[in-house]
Design a protein around this ligand. Structure first.
Ligand code: TRP
Ligand code: SF4
Length: 328
């Protein structure tokens, strides 16, 4: 029997992962694998809560995302890499947990309120969208996870999960641990336009991008807008390129800042140097990903094995749930 604590985290499969996903989540997942028993999930049902028309793309996007995970070193021998929709117990527990939370509480969920505003969904909000955090709670507690590594924006969902757990445990006994959010501390990671890197803003660079693709995006990327001529001094603190140095070439960051401030280095040279650094940084990931991609049977097997291990764990929890509730 293992005594390691259990972690579950998930990502919605929306395509290939980018530098922001890497810095905000994937890199952290990689590090947690040693210390915890990890379940990493492709949350494919969750994609449907806001975009039914994306259904046709989900399979390919899930595959691309899992290849990125494998490329980044998630270890399928050790961690459980799986797909939400392949473990039906999530749906059963979703139904039960939906009785453990009020409508009003879900309507007050800040993430939900923001999405309704941003997506301009007025009047077209699905029941499943309102229930997004209930499905997420089921994802977490069906593995009786102790901790959930997430970005800050997901903390309201963890709080809701804890409320559902308390409600359930109060009625039926201590079946679930109250999971803790583990916030991945990362400074707001900029995209090529200097705004937060996000697929919806079209400002991403994929972790599997070729050197040529990286170069194209880098060369037009946002720098200090006040640095108009080559001999103007720059301010690295407002420059996306400098943040990327800090993340991917920390050993060169200080020199970069100095040479930027004194105009000893021009932006074109600065980007060329970064290009060499990030190409080297992501090279091994790209190579590893390509090896998996060239062996689809192996990837199928990894996914099937992950889903089957997840199912075994989830079935065990559901047996306890039914037993505690005295149903089924
Ligand atoms: N809501 C998460 C996101 O958008 C994805 C997710 C689904 C998740 N289920 C989860 C994250 C369970 C952590 C735990 O990023
Ligand atoms: Fe940014 Fe480098 Fe140009 Fe300074 S020199 S503004 S850090 S790209």
């Amino acid at each position: 029997m293992t005594t390691k604590k259990i972690i579950l985290s998930g990502m919605r499969p929306t395509g290939k992962l980018h530098w922001g996903n890497y810095t905000g989540a994937l890199e952290n997942w990689f590090r947690l694998q040693e210390e915890y028993d990890c379940f990493f999930m492709a949350a494919d049902w969750h994609v449907l809560t806001t975009a039914l028309d994306k259904a046709a793309e989900i399979k390919q996007n899930t595959r691309d995302m899992i290849l990125d995970w494998l490329g980044a070193g998630l270890d399928p021998e050790n961690s459980v890499l799986f797909i939400q929709s392949q473990v039906k117990e999530h749906a059963e527990l979703f139904l039960i947990l939906s009785m453990c939370i009020s409508m009003g509480r879900l309507e007050r969920n800040p993430t939900f309120k923001e999405q309704v505003k941003d997506l301009d969904l007025k009047g077209e909000i699905s029941f499943g969208h309102l229930g997004y955090p209930v499905l997420q709670a089921a994802d977490i507690v069906v593995y009786r996870a102790h901790a959930v590594p997430v970005g800050e924006d997901q903390l309201p969902h963890i709080e809701l999960t804890r409320e559902m757990v308390r409600r359930f445990n109060n009625h039926f006994g201590e079946v679930f641990p109250e999971p803790e959010g583990m916030v991945t501390k990362f400074a707001r990671f900029p995209g090529t336009d200097g705004k937060r890197m996000s697929k919806s803003l079209g400002n991403t660079i994929e972790i599997s991008a070729s050197p040529e693709e990286i170069k194209q995006k880098l060369m037009t990327a946002y720098t200090d807008p006040n640095r108009k001529r080559r001999d103007d001094p720059g301010d690295p603190e407002v420059c996306a390129v400098y943040t990327w140095y800090q993340k991917f070439m920390p050993e060169a960051a200080e020199e970069t800042a100095t040479e930027c401030r004194t105009a000893a280095r021009g932006c074109v040279d600065c980007k060329k140097k970064l290009l060499a650094g990030v190409t080297e940084y992501f090279g091994p990931l790209r190579e590893k990903r390509a090896q998996f991609e060239a062996n689809p049977a192996l990837v199928d097997e990894i996914i099937q094995d992950g889903c089957s291990r997840a199912r075994t764990a989830a079935q065990d929890t559901m047996a306890r749930v039914r037993d505690a509730m005295n149903i089924g």
